[in-house]
Design a protein around this ligand. Structure first.
Ligand code: NAD
Length: 255
């Protein structure tokens, strides 16, 4: 049976993944978190001292921790020759370069959102953007719980990437993140973002296509973290045994 090792095991997602695995009868090798964080994932599961020790006990690792931990987690996965699913968001170009390097050695699946619904939404956003001209302004609105550290959310950027691809461009070329003050008018063809934070919202996203006199809104509401946890476990089981390379949720879901 495939054994999953959880990186960031004391966090909201780490605990959700342990719960989903327990419900599904899926084996968890153990977990790792920062040493100063209380060592509790789920009854009966062991806490390992570091990521390398956990990787050696696991058939696949699942990382929902923090960007600062990525290097150590990739190094542990490569040292133990174990595949890794990376769900952590807030990653920059330097992190993606390290993921590419690790993917030459082991299977790596990086996904800013592991839910089926959001990955299908990204597909719809790409298709919609491809069919509409730049007289349709694209804005992406997201809301998350008050503890979220990165903005815009990784999922907003996933949707922004899909919209940009639909328009034949890239996220970097078309995205505008700052709209403050008196020179805040939008430029034609750009993709704007708005991030709301508050309460316990697991994750709401809406891609708005706005033209003169009409508007299309494509959206997704996550009602609990269980959807991300189920997708992450599904991705981990799918990734175990694959050849080295970089994979995405669209590969798992056949989208
Ligand atoms: P959280 O803060 O509740 O949990 C993160 C955990 O990682 C914490 O327990 C923290 O102590 C631990 N951690 C930090 N640095 C570490 C290190 N060096 N080694 C080991 N553990 C370390 O956050 P969360 O809500 O569980 O989210 C975690 C990450 O997953 C965030 O980046 C979030 O945006 C992302 N996320 C992704 C998806 C998805 O579908 N891909 C869904 C939800 C959240």
């Amino acid at each position: 049976m495939t054994r999953i090792g959880i990186l960031g095991a004391s966090g909201r997602m780490g605990r959700a993944i342990a719960a989903v695995a327990a419900e599904g009868g899926i084996a968890v090798a153990g977990g790792v978190d920062r040493p100063d964080v209380p060592s509790e994932i789920a009854p009966g599961l062991s806490f390992e001292t570091d990521a390398t020790a956990l990787a050696r006990l696991s058939d696949v690792l699942v990382d929902f921790s923090a960007p600062a931990a990525l290097d150590a987690h990739l190094a542990a996965a490569c040292a133990a020759n174990v595949p890794i699913v990376i769900g952590t968001t807030g990653l920059g170009p330097e992190h993606h370069a390290r993921i590419e390097a690790a993917a030459a050695v082991i299977p790596v699946l990086q996904a800013a959102n592991t839910s089926l619904g959001v990955n299908l939404l990204a597909h719809l956003v790409r298709e919609t953007a491809a069919r509409l001209g730049t007289d349709w302004d694209i804005e992406i609105l997201e809301m998350h719980h008050r503890h979220k550290v990165d903005a815009p959310s990784g999922t907003a950027l996933l949707l922004g990437t899909a919209a940009a691809q639909g328009r034949g461009g890239t996220l970097e070329e078309l995205s505008r993140y700052d709209r403050l003050g008196v020179e805040a008018r939008r430029a034609e063809g750009t993709i704007g973002y708005a991030s709301l934070r508050g309460g316990s919202v697991a994750g709401d996203h809406v891609a708005i296509f706005a033209a003169d006199g009409e508007r299309i809104e494509l959206g997704h509401r996550a009602e609990s973290r269980a959807i991300f946890a189920r997708g992450a476990v599904q991705a981990a089981l799918w990734l175990a045994g694959k050849p080295a390379g970089r994979y995405a949720m669209t590969d798992v879901l056949g989208l």
